[in-house]
Design a protein around this ligand. Structure first.
Ligand code: ZN
Length: 341
């Protein structure tokens, strides 16, 4: 089995599929088409991740235990804060947390702390949550591969069977090299120019873990064989609009599975599922169904990994912060997301 980073070419059979957030300027060319598509989006819509064979992905038994490496947490939160945030993120998708909205899903996330500092990404039936500090790179880094895009906040690699879509393993990596992580609700005073809300980001990534894709489309993502990923369709069969569209409805932009975040306060909004997120969770993992797929185990052919990234769209926030810093007489802060391609 071999892997490559999200920014590199893929080789081997089990490989990540990539969805990369690019700057809005790079997406303008497809904005018109996206605008048309957006107008036709139904009120309640969600998007499932599919394999290159077209199979929607899901756990056969959606009891997902996540091992959270907390031996040396990065700034600015602490062990207790990070653990609670991850558990709350899991609860958002789990059955109990949907009570009061719609008690319908079989999903149950359990987040257990580990005393190690980090762990590998790999198909080992251990679902990991890992901070990457001192280098935003996969570990182990495949030969010939580069590190991740520094503007990516976090990345989830999902291992699933190509033909059935059954998810077998998922590993989450958090960029603690280019960003610090905190609790914007409990401790907003800890937030600096590059601090992100951990719970909001992880809630989004956990959506990928259970098989949900973004609510809008970023052209350029590829499957394992390098072929471009086609525009996905939502649960109604409608093409998903481009993320660059200026006319995206609130049902898309308010969803936890929307692709971008503009500020820590907006990131906090990701903590709470939108009706579309809840509908996706419940349709895939309805109470009474065993998982979301009638999965024929196909371990020998076509297993692969899917990688999805949540990237920072924090330029406006950073400009505001920089202006405030300049007005206060302090030097401008580094503009990490501007280093994006
Ligand atoms: Zn994402």
């Amino acid at each position: 089995m071999s892997f490559a980073s999200v920014c590199a070419r893929w080789s081997g059979r089990r490989q990540p599929e990539t969805v990369l957030m690019r700057s809005r300027a790079n997406l303008v060319a497809t904005a018109v088409v996206a605008g048309i598509a957006a107008l036709s989006m139904p009120a309640v819509a969600y998007v499932r991740t599919v394999t290159e064979a077209g199979a929607p992905t899901a756990w056969a038994t959606p009891r997902v235990t996540v091992e959270f490496s907390l031996g040396a947490p990065p700034p600015v939160s602490d062990v207790a804060g990070f653990l609670d945030a991850a558990q709350q993120a899991g609860a958002a998708w789990s059955n109990a947390s949907l009570d009061g909205v719609k008690l319908c899903s079989n999903v149950l996330f359990t987040v257990n702390p580990l005393s190690d500092v980090a762990g590998p990404v790999g198909m080992d039936y251990h679902n990991r949550l890992i901070f990457r500090q001192g280098g935003w790179c996969r570990d182990p880094l495949p030969a010939g591969s580069g590190c991740y895009d520094p503007s990516a906040l976090a990345l989830t690699t999902v291992f699933q069977l190509k033909n059935s879509g059954e998810i077998l393993d998922a590993d989450l990596e958090v960029n603690a090299t280019d960003f610090t992580w905190g609790d914007f609700v409990g401790h907003p005073e800890q937030f600096e120019y590059n601090t992100q809300d951990f719970q909001g980001a992880i809630t989004h990534e956990f959506g990928h873990v259970i098989g949900l894709d973004h609510t809008c489309f970023i052209p350029g993502g590829t499957f394992a064989d390098g072929k471009l990923k086609p525009r996905p369709v939502d649960n109604h069969g409608n093409p998903v609009p481009d993320c660059s569209s200026p006319n995206l409805p609130a049902t898309i932009t308010d969803a936890t599975m929307y692709v971008s975040v503009g500020s820590p306060s907006a990131e906090v909004d990701l903590r709470s599922l939108s009706p579309d997120d809840v509908q996706g969770d419940c349709d895939i993992y309805s109470v009474g169904k065993v998982g979301g797929c009638s999965c024929a185990v196909d371990p020998g052919h076509g297993s692969r990994a899917g990688a999805l990234v949540l990237l920072a769209m924090a330029a406006r926030f950073l400009r505001q912060r920089r202006r405030r810093a300049e007005q206060a007489g302090t030097p401008p802060a580094p503009d990490a997301p501007r280093r994006a391609r």
